[in-house]
Design a protein around this ligand. Sequence first.
Ligand code: 5GP
Length: 189
Amino acid sequence: MELLKQRILKDGSVKEGGILKVDSFLNHQIDIKLLNEIGKEFKKRFDGKKIEKILTIESSGIAIACISAQYFNVPVVFAKKSMSLNLGKDVYTSKVVSFTKNKTYNIYVCKKYIKKDEKILIIDDFLARGQAALGLLDIINQAGAVLSGIGIVIEKEFQKGRRVLEEKGAHIESLAIVKSMEDGQVVFR
Ligand code: 5GP
């Protein structure tokens, strides 16, 4: 997606440890016009696939999933990263190893929001080692729901998350695929 790639080159910055910072338009301040284009592009990429719900993970995935959901006309569910009394006891849970925080955390989704046989599209901001998406896929499997695909805004190809997910049979669409980030220089595939 050319618009997105140009924006990454203009406003993104490369941090230590293979982190790409896109806080000024995606992760902290959010450019809604760009998000609308991202939503339209996901709709185009998954055209013809049966999608009944979008599943993402808090917090950065939520805005992207919500704007995209308007084009799919489906609800969004986001996995929570902490257990609260509001969630009740009937939850699916999975473990995720965080790429950016270098720690393991649990994610939780209320059982009533993912139904057996429901066709689910996972959406997230980044794909690095694939652990967040793997945790979401685990929850989909626990529910007996069906993965329709995984939509990623920025994939860092060199961190190999795609392979982990494709081994599970996932169809992945990434809108910008970063081949390398050496010497602070973002190079797309
Ligand atoms: P993975 O689980 O695929 O290893 O990493 C994906 C998750 O980590 C995403 O949900 C995203 O929030 C975070 N993440 C991974 N790499 C980056 C990055 O380069 N920049 C930012 N801002 N977040 C990242």
